[in-house]
Design a protein around this ligand. Structure first.
Ligand code: ZN
Length: 432
């Protein structure tokens, strides 16, 4: 998850949301759940370390998914299943335990609590996971060890205390959030009729902390640009079009395009490669480009600008090459390819969205100061479809995400868990 500063000027929290949350927080059941959660920290740290020791690179999450399905069973969830792409599901019905389970076919609505199970680390990464006091160390221990552990803690508490709620709560360990995963797990869920029409609210747990609410989806488009030319000897073939020069020309044109300050829009040329030796005209060169915005229109405009800049660079370099080559050695064609390597849709939550009022009410109830942020998370998918979703942390604190020095500290985890529980129960209609 990458985030940027908060947006201001939100309306006051709706009184109904505040009342719902206050009523829940004072109920005996919820207080029992809070007490139960507080007693579970050793178990939570255990789960978190166990999970972090199972490699889960993009497109290689199945061992971790199997581990999670076992935990879902252990904490008493029902209807545990794994879908075609490897997402793991479990349900807490939350109704009276006696009698047959209610029909959960068409028309049934759910409140979803999800956490991605993949990491950025290749399968070969040494997973040296260890504990020192309240701190856990190891790759993925916070992102998303903190999120998955919080999800398990909530599921376990609902079952242990026997909490009731009107809408069933759907727990999801999803694949493919990081990098090249490109949100494939969430994309799959929200393209499946069974889920896309039945998930009323989706709370995404990503990383540690309790001080943010991601309510705006930062979109991104990523491309690899590959330019190929005839290549040749730097002396005897001088004049042939040079793919590196084409990229340089395109970057120059593209970077002189004005960008809007609002909606914030950015770009990056992150990787550039090409050529084989100092005295060879390269046969190919490539670069990777990242475009981000909260506005789909701005992303499309920038993509268009990139394509135009490349076309112009190819034309200019071809024309220059023709002018400097002797007639008999006119260079053969140049080929330019733009390959999309990432596409995260943008979107934002309506100011009146219930999910936003409920999480803010939970924060007010717990005296927790949290900021609204825009970021790129699993919530991009439901948000881009106009559905109600937020991304928040699993409590505690963490750092060094996406590095081998990653850590998580469980101080403050309790606050994060209370916040998630109150939000889920208020959304699911508990204590009525
Ligand atoms: Zn994450």
């Amino acid at each position: 998850m990458a985030s940027s500063p908060p947006r201001a000027d939100l309306p006051d929290v709706a009184p109904t949301a505040q009342q719902d949350v206050a009523r829940l927080a004072s109920s005996q059941d919820v207080r029992s759940a809070f007490t139960w959660l507080r007693s579970q920290e050793p178990q939570l740290a255990q789960w978190q370390m166990e999970m972090a020791r199972i490699a889960a690179p993009p497109f290689g999450e199945s061992a971790r998914a199997a581990w999670l399905a076992e935990r879902f069973r252990e904490v008493g969830l029902e209807d545990i299943r794994t879908d075609d792409v490897g997402n793991v599901f479990g349900v807490h019905r939350g109704l009276a335990q006696s009698g047959p389970a209610p029909e959960t076919g068409l028309g049934q609505r759910y409140v979803a609590l999800s956490a991605h199970i993949d990491t950025v680390f290749p399968a070969s990464t040494p997973l040296n996971v260890r504990q020192q006091g309240s701190r856990l160390y190891g790759p993925g221990v916070s992102d998303n060890g903190a999120g998955v552990t919080a999800m398990l803690a909530i599921a376990a508490s609902l079952h242990a205390v026997g909490l009731r709620h009107a809408l069933p709560i759907l727990f999801i360990g999803n694949v493919g959030e990081e990098g090249e995963g490109d949100l494939r797990g969430m994309r799959h869920i929200f393209s499946t009729p069974r889920w896309k029409d039945s998930i009323a609210y989706n709370v995404v747990l990503d990383g540690a902390g309790a001080d943010t609410i991601v309510a705006e989806a930062l979109g991104s488009r990523r491309f690899e640009v590959i330019v190929r030319g005839p290549g040749g000897h730097s002396w005897s073939d001088f004049g042939a079009p040079n793919p590196i020069v084409i990229l340089a020309r395109a970057i120059d044109t593209f970077t002189s395009t004005p960008l809007p300050a609002s909606p914030k829009t950015t770009f990056n040329f992150g990787v550039i490669r090409g050529g084989t030796s100092v005295n060879s005209i390269p046969e190919s060169a490539s670069m990777k480009v990242d475009i981000r915005s909260t506005s789909m229109t701005e992303m499309e405009r920038l993509e268009q600008t990139l394509r135009l800049a490349l076309n112009r660079a190819v034309e200019d370099e071809t024309m220059t090459a023709e002018m400097r080559s002797p007639l008999q050695k006119r260079p053969s064609g140049v080929h330019c390819e733009v390959v999309p390597i990432g596409n995260r849709p943008a979107g934002e939550l309506a100011r009146e969205a219930r999910i936003l009022h409920v999480i803010r009410a939970a924060d007010a109830q717990l005296n927790n100061a949290a900021q609204i942020q825009r970021a790129s998370t699993d919530a991009n998918i439901p948000l881009s479809m106009g559905l109600e979703a937020i991304a928040i942390g699993g409590g505690g604190s963490g750092g060094g995400a996406h590095t081998l020095q990653e850590w998580f500290d469980s101080n403050g985890r309790e606050l994060g868990l209370k916040r998630i529980l109150l939000t889920m129960l208020a959304l699911a209609g508990a204590g009525d």
